[in-house]
Design a protein around this ligand. Structure first.
Ligand SMILES: [Zn+2]
Length: 694
């Protein structure tokens, strides 16, 4: 049996891999791996292929022996070569691994979350008997170090002591990985499960955290050891046979020719832009401009590699700042579902790597340093949605800068030197520190984010939960409409003989139904990102330059720092590219630049518009409103607060005016500010002649 399979493998290698074996022989020993496609084994001998899956230890040994003893025309033997099986048809999801998989050859797919340093592992240890000098070789399988029990020299027979001889021992490079499930395999909000992986020899050190891999290997189990001793429970680990690193961008989304046809047809619809925007989180009412921005973010601009080696990111970064209770987190979760590769996390995530990356000690219990990828690395070539960015860790605060501009994360700690890729769009959400957004303080202070980091976002939205009867009515009817649709659906589904018709449910669902179903939209986005590279037309370019110069000019006669930087111009171009991609357009037209100018203007108005001068001032993003105005309003607010305290919560307007005049305010100015505070919902009149801050 054994010899038969050995001869069989020899025949197989000769028939399918002769050229590859000869090529390997030329490069040996630098290259030690022969990759064998499982499909070829199936073609050669179905029975052998099946046995390989069922009893991989024996079969692979025989196969590897056949390779190592292969008769070569040159004077070489491939004595340490490996046969690496790739392309096993069925992949097992990490969460579906069961005891039936133990000792079988399986393939799993996922993201490398952690990788240890590569360190030598002793494979064959040489021991010298101190009594007689006899040298014994003991093969070390993974885990516990095994020493000889008794000297094998019959004339000696002592039970030690034995001295290890390193020069005569055999070492092999070894590494451990922790792989987690791919984001697209997770159903909304599930925590990804992980699997630990053993890697040896030439496979060690070839992958980095953040890489997307298919790993073929033999699943092992080992007994858990608890304080009480050996447990009846076993843990699992995969011994690697082969690693395939996948092209991360487009692997996971398959688009059939029929779907391509549908996508192209859809793109020709004159209302395609509105359709895409309306398909983003339709269950959330309003926020039309935010949804537009998110549609542009999903499409993203074009990344450019310049001749001097520099790279300009195409990814669009968006930040949502706002009061609690508005649908920020819901929007984030929806985008993660739509994005071809999306990862949702919180700024205060519990993992050591947080948003960027970390070097941690002893993660696998063997004292080695491990490099762990954080969310921005795991989301490489996708979207990272980070909630509660105001709560991110200090380490992330310093590292995130490089991560979102250079789109790499560098780690240099304890002998680990690595640069991980983080080419992702960042969709951040942050809560102001006082709970509600204070228009009289800079955003930077309110969400504890460095001004330089803030300036890296292409678009910043401030979402305020302001009472507005028209809007509130619309939201209320939208929410109740959505609930009503859900009730009808549940009734029809669960109540026997329900008199609610299919049509009634369909009609009610209309208000929450996306114009383009999420599955198709995801494919639409993937198709656009892969195939569409729009080019700026002359009039569109002029429009952008005019807008940009206009903003710059506004800062000219003021002594404040330059209001708008060239970075904003780059953002404009990115957003225009994304806008053209929405209709799969090859050209960026004036409509694209008009649209982008409108969105950017409205963002600037929220975060960088000086109402006193009527000018944009990007400096306001970082410092709040112009200093003089802010100080005045501060003083006024504290006057009101003081008087409120003196009059059990209601401040007589007369008193406010009088005390403000004492402090040098003109009466008209105070009236004006009170009026503005009122329209902004920060002040109201609980009774005629009285004011109160909200
Ligand atoms: Zn001895």
């Amino acid at each position: 049996m054994e010899t038969r399979t050995s001869a069989q493998w020899e025949k197989f290698l000769n028939r399918y891999y002769l050229g590859d074996v000869l090529a390997l022989a030329n490069e040996y020993p630098e290259n030690r791996s022969l990759h064998v496609d499982f499909v070829n084994i199936e073609k050669f001998d179905m029975d052998l292929a099946e046995k390989l899956l069922e009893h991989p230890d024996n079969i692979l040994n025989t196969a590897e022996d056949a390779l190592r003893n292969f008769e070569l025309p040159i004077d070489k033997t491939l004595s340490n070569a490996h046969l690496r099986i790739i392309n096993i048809p069925q992949k097992v999801k990490i969460r579906d691994l069961r005891s039936t998989h133990i000792s079988k050859l399986i393939a799993i797919e996922g993201l490398v979350r952690m990788a240890t340093e590569v360190r030598p592992r002793i494979r064959v240890a040489a021991f010298e008997c101190s009594g007689c000098g006899e040298v014994m070789l003991v093969t070390q399988s993974s885990g516990k170090f095994v020493e000889p029990y008794i000297c094998k020299n019959e004339g000696c027979g002592r039970k030690g002591p034995f001295k290890i001889k390193l020069t005569e021992s055999e070492f092999i490079d070894a590494q451990k990985l922790r792989v987690q499930e791919s984001p697209e395999d997770l159903r909304g909000g599930e925590q990804p499960q992980t699997l630990d992986i053993n890697i040896e020899d030439d496979l060690a050190g070839i992958v980095s955290p953040g890489d997307r891999v298919i790993i073929t290997g033999i699943l092992r189990s080992y007994q858990r050891i608890t304080r009480e001793g050996k447990s009846t429970f076993f843990d699992i680990i995969l011994d690697t046979v082969s690693i395939e690193i996948q092209d991360k961008e487009f692997t996971e989304i398959e688009i059939t020719p029929e779907e391509v046809e549908e996508i192209v047809k859809l793109s020709k619809n004159p209302k395609i832009y509105e359709k895409v925007v309306k398909s983003i989180a339709p269950s959330i009412y309003g926020y039309a401009e935010v949804k537009e921005a998110l549609a542009l973010q999903l499409m993203s601009g074009v990344a450019k590699n310049l001749p001097d080696g520099a790279r300009i990111r195409g990814d669009v970064h968006v930040l949502l700042v706002g009061d609690p209770g508005i649908a920020k987190s819901q929007l984030l979760r929806y985008i993660v579902k739509l994005a071809p590769r999306g990862i949702y996390t919180s700024g205060r995530s519990s993992s050591a790597a947080g948003l960027t990356a970390a070097a941690v000690r002893d993660e696998f219990g063997d004292g080695r340093w491990t490099l762990e990828a954080g969310a921005l690395v795991l989301a490489d070539q996708g979207i990272a949605a980070v909630d509660e960015m105001d709560k991110m860790r200090a380490e992330d605060r310093s590292a995130i800068h490089e991560a979102i501009e250079q789109q790499t994360i560098s780690i240099a700690k304890a002998g680990i030197m690595a640069t991980l890729k983080s080419r992702c769009s960042l969709l951040g959400a942050a809560n102001p520190k006082y709970g509600r957004f204070d228009p009289y303080e800079g955003i930077a202070q309110q969400i504890r984010m460095a001004p330089a980091l803030l300036s890296r976002f292409d678009l910043i939205f401030v979402l305020k939960d302001e009472p507005d009867i028209g809007r509130d009515t619309a939201i209320a009817s939208h929410i109740l409409g959505a609930h009503h649709a859900g009730e009808l659906h549940a009734h029809r589904l669960n109540v026997p003989g329900s008199d609610i018709t299919h049509k009634e449910v369909e009609d009610a669902m209309e208000i929450v139904k996306p114009e383009i179903m999420p599955d198709l939209l995801r494919k639409y986005i993937a198709y656009a990102k892969k195939n569409v590279y729009p080019i700026l037309e002359d009039d569109a370019r002029e429009r952008l330059i005019d807008f940009y110069l206009g903003l710059r000019r506004q800062g000219e006669d003021r002594d404040s720092p330059v209001p708008v930087t060239a970075r904003q111009l780059e953002a404009l171009v990115r957003l225009c590219e994304a806008s053209a991609r929405i209709r799969l357009g090859e050209k960026i037209t004036i409509e694209d630049s008009d649209r982008v100018v409108r969105i950017v203007e409205s963002c600037l108005r929220q975060v960088a518009f000086d109402t006193e001068t009527g000018m944009f001032d990007a400096d306001l993003i970082t410092t709040g409103v112009s200093k003089s105005q802010r100080d005045k309003i501060r003083v006024l607010r504290s006057i009101i607060r003081d008087i409120e305290a003196e009059h059990s919560g209601m401040a007589p307007k007369e008193d406010v005016l009088a005390r403000a005049e004492e402090q040098g305010f003109e009466k008209e100015y105070v009236e004006e500010i009170l009026g503005r505070l009122k329209t902004q919902g920060e002040l109201y009149e609980p009774a005629s002649g009285y004011v109160r801050l909200t």
